[in-house]
Design a protein around this ligand. Sequence first.
Ligand code: DC
Length: 230
Amino acid sequence: MDVANTFILGLKRAMSEQLVISIDGPAASGKGTLARRLADYYHLPHLDTGLSYRAVAYALIARGAPLDDVEKAIEAARSVDLANLDKHALSAHHVGEAASRVAVIPELRRILVEKQREFAGRPAGAVLDGRDIGTVVCPDADVKLYVTASAEVRAARRLRDIESRGGTAEFDEILSDIRKRDERDTGRSDSPLRPAVDAHLLDTSKMSIEAAFQAARKLVDETLAKRNDI
Ligand code: DC
């Protein structure tokens, strides 16, 4: 058997084991797109954990409850069904802002983290993206990525995104929102956004999505190859 065939066989064998990939990073860093590409490529289920925090925020807003109402937040977190998250309704900008505020409540985090861990424990494994996946939700993930980009690049991407959907926005306003969100997500005392010590850093400021995907894929393939000593 030639080297290429041995390699492919080894990779296939590696794929029959559980593979958990954690992807963390700030808002608009491109981690969601990267997570979806990796999940597709490795045939793994994908969980955008931000949606679970958004679902709690959405429920509080719908009930007219303040975002710091711990009891109602706990109730909403308990009824979050990860298999039934309405991505479209939850994607609104104000819901993301509200999610970042409710995400500081430790009791709420514990409930959501438990559900996210259950998702990650599937036999094949999973790709999860968020803020605390490599540090808290899946500290034993096989591959940990921390995706980042400068605030200016992230704001420009977000603006392009809004405009491509026919909307309008001001660059300076988006930039200021992104900075505020970064501050809140990195500054909270419970599970702040930060790279796990064993995370691979991917700065996508000057990288296309394709280049980021290829870099991440290389890291995952290296892990799979090491697992099988090939
Ligand atoms: O990724 P996103 O923009 O949809 O996340 C919305 C907010 O949810 C984010 O600003 C902070 C919170 N969040 C979190 O605290 N932990 C996660 N694992 C994912 C999101």
